[in-house]
Write a protein that binds this ligand. Structure first.
Ligand code: AGP
Length: 608
């Protein structure tokens, strides 16, 4: 899960490359480097740590070159050290490579190359690839890259330069995203559009097995068998301003506060209140098959998996379709049963999560109708799916997913109503839900006002190292999400559970001063939640609650209450998510954690 950028143009590339990988730093941030062709030679600079550490060492040795490659890393093979940082040079020092992905057969290749006299200076799989290219190089860089890639097993997004060919960059992808920005006398290759949009909004997206050769004035897309591939120029749909902090301390906070707008964008043009119908243009070409749906399997990872769990409740209640939710990483290896009428829905913000992508391909190969619920336009899952629904919530930079989660919930609600109205859901019920859904952006705006109250509670709990999050029904997945948010950005151990599960073991954890966050919004299981709260309080546990406004009872049962407006139960997760996001955020800030780039994590998990 690294970020790669390559530039061929007429401007000095050092600054362009550094700014480019900075925009991709959420993909990996444990070491970074760049290489440029300068005075006919390859010049390399690398550093362990954040890109800021690289900037500290940059000097004139790489300042002049107009063709170069750069990388920000999330280590898979070899610790995050300077010698393992990318770019890697071959042992002649004439070819340099940056790589995003995993070369699975690198050990065997390395042993063989060593037997052929090749030398290595790192523990990485990527250095094996550049030495293989070097071994196969006989004056034609494109040919050497093609031959080498036919020998490797695994995934890659690569960019290669050589002092033999000072104005040329060769790039290729299989399993890792790569696109080419087409500008005025300059071309930029990158792992995602965030590194390109500052220079051009015109791009071509590479598919698996494709490569591109760029120079300052031209680009050619081709296959590994050297067959030219004609590609359509596509427009990058977001602006530079959208990927800037905009006065907020962190992207996560910015994205939490963007939710009224991002949700509006997700709902725009998709609600026909009069008819009580959801309009999902992206499903038009498969609506006949959808009418035959017998079973739905949702596949996802992390926060997207939690959204899928809420989707299960929605699809079963509103559309009466049997629905299961599977961890993509388990589903793909479980020899799943796919019968006619099975629809598989892959939920993924990035659209690049390797396990979700592979699970979707597996389901497709077995005959399922494959749908995607994705945020990143043009991403691999969006391309792989038969049809789908874009979130349209704008770029999400913070590693901890927030606005994409609430947009996923909104899209799953629209999908359940879309399918339900074609089955047993009546117009009135659909209209009531859709009416309430249109009011959600404004309601979220109100809930955001809790931020200060939540900050104070978070600050009073900074010393607590173990937390529990409990909910029932629609809000049991939100308990899981609340725990995940706290874990991933504040490094506090937290567990989310269905509240009734406490009695079957976890209640043994309860002790004085252990925060237990209950989701106690109004709904069919409110009374049950109150009894679960009493069980915890009886054992001295500290209770924090997310509850519905005007609920006076809950005040007697909790040390702190975060109130949300009263909405239909199926929609309550959309509001409950916000205080849980803010709680995690304020705990992380209070503990001095790197909120946007939490340790050991990356925004898009493109390796298994
Ligand atoms: C959530 O905050 C995490 N970043 C992570 O769990 C994420 O949800 C998961 O990796 C799935 O990512 P995707 O939605 O891009 O597929």
């Amino acid at each position: 899960m690294c970020g790669i950028v390559a530039y061929a143009g007429h401007k000095p590339s050092q600054r362009i490359l550094v700014e480019g990988i900075k925009r991709l730093e959420y993909r990996g941030y444990d070491s970074a480097g760049l290489a440029v062709i300068q005075d006919g030679k390859l010049a390399l600079q690398r550093a362990a740590g954040r890109i800021s550490s690289l900037e500290e060492i940059l000097d004139e040795t790489t300042a002049g070159g107009t063709v170069g490659i750069a990388h920000t890393r999330w280590a898979t093979h070899g610790a995050p050290t300077t010698s393992n940082a990318h770019p890697h040079l071959d042992d002649t020092g004439r070819i340099a490579l940056v790589h995003n992905g995993i070369i699975e057969n690198y050990a065997a290749l390395k042993t063989w190359l060593q037997s052929q006299g090749k030398h290595f200076s790192s523990q990485t799989d990527s250095e094996v690839l550049v030495n293989l290219i070097s071994f196969l190089y006989h004056g034609n860089l494109v040919d050497a890259v093609q031959k080498a890639l036919k020998e490797v097993e695994g995934t890659y997004g690569i960019a290669v330069i050589s002092s033999h060919h000072p104005d040329t960059i060769v790039a290729a992808r299989k399993g890792s995203p790569l696109l080419v920005g087409v500008g005025e006398n300059e071309h930029i290759v990158a792992s995602d559009a965030a590194a390109i949009v500052e220079h051009t909004t015109q791009a071509v997206y590479l598919e698996d097995g494709e490569m591109v050769v760029i120079t300052p004035d031209a680009f050619r897309t081709l296959t590994l068998d050297n067959i030219t591939v004609d590609k359509e120029l596509e427009n990058i749909e977001f602006s530079l301003q959208q990927i800037e902090l905009g006065g907020y301390d962190h992207f996560m906070l910015k994205e939490i506060f963007e939710q009224p707008t991002s949700l509006e964008n997700t709902l725009r043009g998709r609600i026909d209140l009069q008819a009580g119908r959801a309009i999902l243009g992206g499903l038009e070409n498969v609506k006949e098959q959808l009418a035959q749906v017998k079973r739905i399997i949702i596949i996802a990872c992390g926060t997207a998996w939690h959204a899928g769990l809420v989707g299960e409740f929605l699809l079963e209640e509103l559309a009466r379709i049997p629905t299961e939710v599977e961890y993509a990483s388990e589903f793909r290896y479980r020899n799943p049963i796919i019968e006619p009428g099975t629809v598989v829905i892959a939920i993924s913000q990035s659209g690049e999560t390797a396990d979700t992508l592979a699970a979707l391909s597996e389901a497709k190969d077995r005959g399922a109708l494959a749908l995607g619920v994705v945020n990143v336009v043009g991403s691999t899952i969006a391309r792989e799916a038969d049809a789908g629904i874009y979130l349209h919530c704008g770029p999400e930079i913070g590693v901890a997913s927030t606005k994409a989660f609430t947009s996923q919930l909104a899209v799953l609600t629209l999908l359940a109503i879309y399918l339900g109205r074609r089955r047993s859901l009546d117009q009135d019920q659909a209209q009531r839900l859709l009416q309430s859904l249109t009011e959600m952006p404004a309601r979220i705006k109100n809930v955001l006002c809790l931020s200060d109250q939540i900050r104070k509670v978070a600050e009073s709990c900074l010393g607590c190292d173990n937390w529990l999050f409990l909910g029932r029904g629609y809000n049991y997945p939100l308990a899981l999400e609340g725990a995940l948010k706290l874990k991933e950005i504040s490094y506090i151990h937290a567990e989310g559970l269905p509240a009734a599960e406490m009695k079957h073991g976890p209640i043994a954890l309860i002790n004085k001063g252990m925060p237990t966050v209950f989701i106690a919004s109004s709904g069919s299981q409110y009374e049950k939640v109150i009894s679960n709260i009493e069980e915890v309080r009886a054992r001295g546990g500290m209770v924090l609650a997310v509850a519905t406004e005007n609920d006076t009872r809950i005040q007697r049962h909790a040390e702190a209450v975060f109130t949300i407006p009263d909405v239909p139960e199926p929609l309550s997760p959309l509001l409950v998510a916000v205080p849980l996001q803010l709680l995690a955020y304020h705990c992380a800030v209070g503990r001095g954690c790197a909120v946007d780039k939490p340790r050991n994590l990356a925004k898009s998990v493109t390796v298994e």
